[in-house]
Design a protein around this ligand. Structure first.
Ligand SMILES: [Zn+2]
Length: 148
């Protein structure tokens, strides 16, 4: 999955994307598969089984976050046959900076989902993305500034 090595993305975001492609993040479905839980359905919305697709794209809050992400919906909506194909498609169709942002939005979605589950609270989608863009800008600055 060399395509995940491109773009200015911190390693934990890249690692998260790789795990999502390998279906190795602890979604409800994977918790059940590992015998840790019986909660197959999404604990955030309760509307569907929680697999990677649900967590990163299909549930309503995820779609709201994608809608305000300013990434082209025509690319984001192309979830057809799994996370790796989805990310590969985005990598081909987005320019590198957009692709980095795409991966970061995935990571934001997952963190927000975990925050909801653990703390019972959620951030407003626009604030969430605005804070994440600041984080991205700070990271981009940090890796391009000349060494002292
Ligand atoms: Zn859900």
């Amino acid at each position: 999955m060399g395509f995940l090595l491109e773009g200015r993305v911190v390693d934990h975001v890249r690692l998260f994307a790789w795990k999502a492609c390998k279906n190795a993040i602890l979604t409800g479905e994977n918790f059940v598969h590992c015998g840790i839980s019986h909660a197959l359905y999404c604990l955030v919305c309760g509307m569907d089984r929680e697999d990677v697709g649900h967590a990163l794209f299909f549930y309503s809050l995820a779609k709201l976050i994608w809608a305000v992400s300013e990434l082209p919906w025509g690319v984001v909506k192309e979830w057809n046959s799994g996370c790796e194909d989805w990310m590969r498609g985005a990598h081909v169709r987005l320019e590198l900076g957009q692709f980095a942002w795409f991966l970061i939005v995935c990571w934001i979605l997952w963190n927000n989902r975990n925050q909801i589950l653990m703390e019972g609270s959620m951030e407003d989608a626009r604030n969430l993305l605005a804070n994440s863009k600041k984080y991205l800008a700070a990271y981009a600055y940090a890796i391009t500034k000349p060494a002292i």
